[in-house]
Ligand binder design. Structure first.
Ligand code: BDR
Ligand code: CA
Length: 323
């Protein structure tokens, strides 16, 4: 870490599944991050199960002091139905039974905890959102002044110039709750979007997973086991056991450990119609075919390239002696 750069206070909003687990492991290990709260939302698993997974992983890492709050159990306009057990397992963590921590979730909702944290770290709170946008939209509804107290919002979501994963051009975190996502992208806060365009080409391979399993870091060893199930899901897409690095890449960008390169600020909206693009992020990239540039007044930076290999960076941080 650059000695002049300050540690970032981060609120993590997640649907704690497999790649969320690796992101949490990275955040716990990163010297650039002060993890001040975790909120969960339905998605890869239920909001309650996600909170249980977060509490148990934090406990393995000796971080029982980080509050974990349960958030939205359903999306804005439709009830939650978990349809991804074949991706993240029945419990969101690849069917691995984590040691059960003797701790209950924070009594506040994730939305209320986020608002409280925004006052406590006024102007210095960074939001990392790697699940559906439901909690963030609820917090904006409850307190429209929230953006004035937030330093940055990093969102894993969208498929900008590539195929989607829950629809032809729709990605899960944005597409599961399009109305909430539209509110979040429209709010006046600085957003860095980390879409499938950059998360799909950056993979975690068996040789990387072996380094987790051999790590001195106990959270890394647990995540190495958790990822086994997820690797199998990716075989049809990649032709081998491996995984995309969705949430971990967003975490590394939030921490400043990985820098977006091709990353223009552009107008970005979410399609909330009922057509085939429902839930897609539409970024206006007109005029950007031969070089990226920021569009005046735009507040969404869309990441289309990064400055270094992601898996190696994650392992460097996770396996560092201090981790
Ligand atoms: C996103 O959806 C979830 O399944 C992953 O955890 C990631 O946040 C990828 O589309
Ligand atoms: Ca996620």
């Amino acid at each position: 870490m650059n000695p002049t750069s300050a540690v970032r206070h981060v609120y993590l909003d997640c649907d704690l599944g497999v790649d969320d687990s690796l992101a949490l492991c990275y955040l716990m290990a990163s010297p650039a991050i002060d993890l001040v709260g975790v909120g969960t939302v339905c998605g890869n698993t239920s909001a309650e199960q996600g909170a249980r997974n977060a509490i148990d992983l934090l406990h393995i890492g000796g971080r029982d002091n980080v509050p974990v709050a349960v958030g939205a159990r359903d999306y804005r306009t439709c009830p939650y139905v978990c349809g991804v057990r074949h991706i993240h397992g029945d419990n969101g963590v690849g069917n691995i039974e984590l040691p059960h921590a003797d701790r209950r979730p924070d009594p506040r909702s994730a939305c209320d905890m986020l608002i409280d944290l925004s006052h406590r770290y006024d102007g210095e709170l960074h939001i990392l959102a790697v699940g559906p946008m439901t909690n963030l939209a609820a917090a904006l509804d409850a307190d429209p002044t929230l953006p004035t107290r937030i330093a940055s919002v990093t969102i894993m979501g969208g498929a900008v110039q590539t195929a989607g994963n829950i629809g032809p051009i729709t990605e899960a975190n944005i597409g599961h709750d399009p109305e909430a996502s539209a509110i979040v992208l429209d709010a006046d806060w600085p957003i860095t979007l980390v879409p499938l365009d950059v998360t799909m080409p950056n993979t975690f391979e068996e040789r990387h997973r072996a380094q987790l399993l051999d790590s001195a870091n106990p959270v890394a060893r647990a995540v190495g086991e958790i990822m086994d199930f997820y690797f199998e899901f990716h075989v049809p897409e990649y032709g081998r056991r491996c995984s995309a690095l969705h949430d971990p890449l967003a975490a590394a960008i939030c921490a400043g450990g990985i820098i977006p390169t091709a990353a223009p600020k552009v107008p970005a909206v979410v399609d909330t119609t009922d057509g085939p693009a429902r839930g897609a992020v539409i970024c206006d990239l007109r005029g950007q075919r031969t070089g990226w540039h920021d569009v005046d007044g735009a507040h969404v930076r869309v990441t289309l390239g990064v400055d270094r290999p992601v898996a190696e960076h994650l392992l460097d941080v996770i396996n560092a002696p201090h981790a």
